[in-house]
Each structure stands twice: as C-alpha cells, then as structure tokens.
Design a protein around this ligand. Sequence first.
Ligand code: WT7
Length: 639
Amino acid sequence: MSNYHIKHLEEYFQVYRKSVENPEMFWEEIAEEHFLWRKKWNNVLSWDFTKPEVKWFEGAKLNITENCIDRHLVTKGDKTAILFEPNNPEEPAQKITYKELHKQVNKFANVLKSKGIEKGDRVCIYLPMIPELAISVLACARIGAIHSVVFAGFSSNALATRINDSECKMVITSDGSYRGAKTIDLKGIVDEALESCTCVDNVLVVKRINSAIAMKEGRDVWLTPLLDEVSSECEAEIMDAEDPLFILYTSGSTGKPKGMLHTTAGYMVYTAYTFKNVFQYTEDDIYWCTADIGWITGHSYIVYGPLANGATTVMFEGVPSYPDFGRFWEIVEKHKINQFYTAPTAIRALAKEGLGYVESHDLSSLKILGTVGEPINEEAWHWYDDNIGKRKSPIVDTWWQTETGGIMITPIPFSTPTKPTYATLPFPGIQPVLMDAEGNEIKGNQVEGRLSIKFPWPSMARTIWGNHQRYKDTYFSAFENKYFTGDGAFRDEVGYYRITGRVDDVIIVSGHNLGTAPIEDAINEHPAVAESAIVGFPHNIKGNALYGYVILKDTGESRNHDNLRKEINQIITEQVGPIAKLDKIQFTKGLPKTRSGKIMRRILRKIAANDLSNLGDTSTLLNPEVVQGIIDEALLEVK
Ligand code: WT7
C-alpha cells in the first residue's frame, strides 16, 4: 500500500525516505493504486541525463481524460468538476458537473476531429479564463492532439512566434474577453498574428462577449453551431505513456521562448499526487487556484491535478481589483473556498489596499493557503497568515517551474511546520542538491548554492520542442548528471530550502517569467535606439520590475526623452505584451561589457537597485570607464 495521503511529519519522512531509496517501487505503487490504465508498463523508469533522456512507465497505455473525467462518472457524476466565476459579479456562477464536463469535452473533441485534427497535431489555444479553455485543453488530450496554450495577455507578435515554432494547425480563440471593466479584442490579435503564420488551417471561435468581429471565409468557424452537429461520445485515443501531452512556452535568458514538452503518464501521476498532498484535498472541498490556465500553474493545478482527484476546481475569469479590491475575498465567501492558491504579487497588491476589503468578508471556510511563482517576502507572508488565514491555515510556499511540471519543494500542510519565506522540504521523489560555481556539491546545512536536482521525477519536461540540444545545454550542462534549475537557494540549519531567486538573466515580474532577449529585441526595433539592456530591480508589489538601459543613435539624441519612453513601452506592448513594460528607462552612453562582448548585467542590476556599495570586480570589463558615467546618469534623470 502506498501512503498516498501524507498526514503527519513522521509519515512525510518515512514516505520521503522510501521515495529516494527505491524510487521505482515508490512511483509504481502510486501509479498502480490510483489511476486507470489501459495497459500496465513494462518498465517504471529509464534515464540518462547525459543525452538527456527520461522515460517513465514505458509500455503503459492510457488516456489522461479517462483519468480526469470518465472514471469519476459512476461515483461522482453529479459533483461539480469546474465552478466558473465570471468577471462580472452580477453574472451567475456556473457549475459544470463531471457528467456535463464529460459531454462537453467529448463534443469539443468531435469538433476538433471534424476539422481534421488528429493525434500528434498541435493546437494553439488563446482563450480567456472561461470554461471552454479547460474544455478545449481536455478535448485535445482526448484525441491525442498536443495543446499549446498561449496566455491571452500576450501580443500578436508573441502569439505568432509560438504558433510558428510548433507549427500549430489550429487556433482556438474567442470573439473577445472581459478583463475588469475592459474588453479585449482577442480575435483581432489572432488575425494579426496569423498574417505571419502559414501553418494554421482553421480558427475556432468561441462566443464570449458578443462583439461584431470579422470572420475569414474558409478559415474561421464559430464553435457553437459545430457543437450541435456532433455526437456527445468520443472514444478516448489510447496514448503511450511517453506520448506528448502538451507544449507550454517559457522564457529563456536568451533567444526565443522555449516550448517545454510534457508527456502523458508521468505528468498525470505527479500532478495528481502533489495536488492531493500539497492541498490535502478531501471529498467536499472547494479548491481555488487564481492563476491563469495560460501558465503551468493553471495546467497542473486548475485542470489536470484537481480533476485527476475528482475535485471541484474554481475558474475565475476576472481580476482581483474589479469591481473592487475585495473581489477575491468575496469569491472565497461566496463559494466557501477551502484551499486558496495565489501569487505573492497578488498578496502584496491586495495588502496595500487595507483591511477594509478583507474584514467585510467571511473567510472562515479557508483551510489551506498557497503561494507560487516567486519568493514571498516576510511582510507579505505575515499579512497573508494574519489576515487571510487568521493564523489557522498553513501557508504552502510551493517552489517549482514550467519545466518541472509539478510542485517540487513545499511544506505538506499539518505535517511540515512552516517558516516564513521558506519553501521548506522536497516533495517525495525530489532530490535537490546545492552546487557551487566549480560544479561541486555543497553538503551540509546553512549553505547557499545553485539549486539542482540529481534524480528524475515523473513530471519533468522531456525536451524543448524542436530543439533537444538547447534542452541539454540549458538544463543538463551546467552540472554533470544533474538538472539545473536556474535558481539559487539557501539551506538552513534543519535542511529547509529558501529560494533566493534566479542566478541567470531570467527576471520574474509579478510571478511571470520574462527573458531579457525578446524585450531587448523589441526596444531595439525603435528607430532611435542603438542598443539596450534590461535588468530587474526590487519593486514592492511586483517583486521585481524592469529597468531598461537604452543607448540612443546620434539621430535620436535630440528627441524628447519622455516621448521616447512612451514609444519604447508601446513597442514592447505590441511585441511582447503589457506585462513586459519597463518601469524605468535610463538613456545612457554606454553599457559595461566583458571582453567577449557580453553585457555585465550584475553591475546594471546594482545600479538599478541603487546599491552602489559593492559593484564587484570591474577590472575584467572591456570598458570599465563607462560604469561611473552610468551611475552619474542614474542620479540625474531616470523615469
Ligand atoms: C521560476 C519558474 C511554477 C509556476 C509559476 C512560475 C520562481 C516559482 C517560487 C517560490 C521562489 C519561485 C523561480 C522559478 N518561483 N515558485 N515558491 N519561491 N521562487 O513558473 O514561469 O516557469 O517560473 O519562478 O525562480 O525558477 P515559471
């Protein structure tokens, strides 16, 4: 018998020990007892980090939607699977039972088939947080098509890059979306993106805001009439354990976004098992993760993990500030939320608005609180603990990544004593190590190093779509035989981990992972710009904000700087999306470079943070003289 549901600290240690002493046996027991397989595996795990190649449950056959939907029909067909809370609080919430979800996913899957989508085809989903987003994801999985969800806040340019990279045959979008008091023309953004894509045959359009949009003859089709034409039964495609399930793009420190590829069986087993334990889900709980399904958090902990456990998962279409800053707490009260999972940036933004919005709501249903996406500072942690959890609900600070597929370092509520700002202990099956710059493992406690993982876990990404070499270079080349996360971490006296932040050029803004390269490329498209470099600097709500150093061409020198700032942010909005706008722009004469021509961002980061005490060694710079100039400019005119 596996200890599927860990209930106290001693049990955690016992389960953890088993998971590292005999990983194959450990995962095999979990897989056998808690999932529906069409055929069992021949081999639990084979791996070689030098290639790198990892295979879990090889030989097994399954369909993840049978695990997330069909198998619950007999025992909980009338239970709410998805509870949809619309943007507008006046619009009624919608409860979709497992039976209803089954029907809708099957119909949607039949529509995909009728439009020629087959196993292995890539389908891009660009939708707001409406039920059709979850349904279309599951419909793809039903027929073995590979979904690539693109967050509906990305620009047409960013969307086109992602559609082209994985050669999607179809885009699923809506006539528009609601975001607080605004509406957004999603279909218009798709139309613009498709001007530079030749791979897309059809655009399937969901009606949400009833706006008059242009439909391109022969390419664009409305979803609703097609749903009426198809059967509500769609046989699930039988997939191999290692068949691709989805691609999800994440930013790298350089180059274009990386299409992380996740496969079927391991991802299912790991997201289901982590969901059960990290949120201690019990049968009648109402669970709410406020993320968007456009990020990995939504894939793993709104859709797959909760549904694989037969849970009720809430989907919220709106924003925390509309119609006012009490919206989250109103929803907690209205739906009697038991587990609430959000981002530190949201906590900080809501804390700033004062307790009035919190105190007017009954939050007594809450049992467990979670955070994800970036380090949580001590002040925000205490605010959350005192005012939302009333010091009764444990906070799970969950560290993980798009690449890891599921939660890796986290407290287990009621087992692991929490500690502010600490993600605490590895989840069963996860073997973290800290490495020094020379590639040696740093043993012992009270040490800091580069966080790596020395053994495979079931939900790890298997490759970068179309670029296995880049997968190897990015994650498996820094340290021999280890997966390198890109994060730094501190291990305290009892072995708890505290994530200290990225050690590469990725910047986490409001919990969103932004690479420097696409943003710098956008800035450089401005006709007056010669060169640019962006870094993160501390921001009390967003965690980090972006600071741009921009060198102007001679011809740009005379231009009004405030106008230039606006234009630069406009280009970024168009090319990447509004989340990548710069908070501060400094026009500068030079950038510090190494002899090999690489920008020394370490120095720029210090200047941006106004931390001039120790700029480190500048002697290896090609042009050390520019540094004082940049410091002087920073004091004069930066907005
Ligand atoms: C990066 C991954 C995992 C879903 C959302 C982000 C940072 C994530 C934490 C945490 C400190 C965290 C890391 C990581 N991060 N969770 N609990 N404490 N940092 O996914 O976009 O792939 O970003 O987010 O730096 O590497 P992502």
